[in-house]
Design a protein around this ligand. Structure first.
Ligand code: 1CP
Length: 353
């Protein structure tokens, strides 16, 4: 299948960096680069009505995926979807309330967890794979240097939302369940490992050229729990993907992992580590293998503020990462109050090295 596509893969800067090459100036993309800070996104979002409809209407989802590429020319396009589309595809009702974030019907008992069906995911998420196909075809035709990134949430972070039912600062309910009934929590995690593996492989088959696992709440866990619920399941997914697709690079983003980054980097098998804003870059560079790419970690608030502080922060990151495989990015998602002209200024700055 892959041989039928234009042979642009290995020359794309983002894929070269993921392959362990110190590409300079570094390739760049931004987490949540599509979204409400862009007026053209707000227009399509209004047209779609609700968020799940936007994620499951391939033409609209492909359009918003491509908007930041057209406007700013990043090196990576990230599929427009959400980490909660996996629980949705497993049969858990999901709704995005205006201004309140996601709402899920919580699953906390054996019956509810067993009623979820990871085998449904590839079938129900078919429109998302169609989005991947549309975006890849558009990039091949009009932006052959841009790599398409597919993604999923990591089992622990997705389980946090599934058990809690909505966003939270500490996700006390799922973390307590993991401690008091690890057998039951483990059942949910195992379902998510199966679902996420199939979901990511289907994205790769549809044309995604790199995959990212978002573990936004990994840093809530103490080391023993981090090993069990973050490192173990992530490693299982990476190994299962490798059995089918030996080459697609995988980016892991264990947000707020701190020193647990070392074990995560050694034991999961990911090719690239996403770094959050709190990570000391020179420490991280010494903590992972020289061939493992790093990605991050500009403070999204620096991008909101712009000007001299943005320039100073970006230059300091570039200085620390020069000479190793590296992808410029934020340390967390873009803020919706970000002025688009600050994003344009950042892209210019990074491109001039
Ligand atoms: O109304 C809107 O337009 C919804 C805002 C929005 C957007 C633009 C949500 C709701 N999700 C998304 C898209 C999204 N989410 C992408 C698309 C691609 C891109 O990066 O451009 C990605 C990769 C995500 C990933 C995601 N969703 C994460 C992991 C990364 C992170 O930010 O920590 C998480 C935790 C979510 C859950 C979620 N979805 C949306 C919101 C507001 C939230 C956070 C809820 C909360 O914890 O309160």
């Amino acid at each position: 299948m892959e041989s039928e596509r234009p042979a642009a893969g290995p020359s794309k800067p983002l894929l070269r960096a993921l392959g362990g090459e110190a590409v300079w100036p570094p390739p760049l993309w931004l987490m949540r680069q599509a979204g409400r800070y862009l007026p053209e996104y707000r227009e399509v979002r209004a047209q779609a009505g609700d968020f799940v409809t936007l994620c499951t209407t391939p033409e609209l989802a492909a359009e918003v995926t491509l908007q930041p590429i057209r406007r700013f020319g990043m090196d990576g396009a990230i599929l427009f979807s959400d980490i909660l589309m996996v629980p949705w595809a497993m049969g858990q009702p999901l709704h995005f309330a205006e201004g309140e974030g996601p709402q899920l019907q919580p699953v906390r008992e054996a019956g509810a967890i067993e009623a979820l069906d990871h085998n449904l995911v590839v079938q129900r998420a078919a429109p998302i794979f169609e989005t991947v196909r549309l975006v890849r075809a558009a990039l091949d035709a009009h932006a052959p240097r841009v790599a398409l990134i597919g993604f999923a949430g990591s089992p622990f972070t997705v389980a946090c939302y599934m058990v809690e039912g909505h966003g939270s600062r500490d996700f006390a309910i799922p973390r307590s369940l993991a401690l008091t009934d690890p057998m039951l929590f483990g059942k949910l995690i195992r379902q998510l490992v199966e679902a996420t593996t199939a979901y990511l492989l289907a994205q790769a088959e549809a044309g995604a050229e790199a995959l990212m696992l978002f573990d936004s709440w990994a840093g809530l866990l103490p080391p023993s729990q981090f090993r069990r619920w973050v490192i173990e399941p992530t490693g299982q997914i990476v190994r299962a993907i490798r059995k089918v697709n030996a080459s697609i690079p995988i980016i892991g983003f264990p947000r707020l992992a701190g020193p647990m980054l070392v074990e995560y980097a050694q034991r999961t098998g990911v090719q690239c580590l996403g770094l959050d804003t709190t990570m000391e870059l020179r420490w991280a560079a010494g903590a992972v293998a020289p061939s493992q790419a790093l990605q991050g970690n500009l403070d999204p608030l620096a991008l909101v503020g712009g000007g001299m502080a943005l320039e100073a922060e970006a230059r300091s990151i570039l200085g620390a990462m020069r000479g190793r495989p590296y992808i410029f990015n934020l340390g967390h998602g873009i803020e919706k109050v970000t002025p688009p002209e600050h994003v344009a200024a950042l892209v210019r700055l990074v491109r001039t090295g």
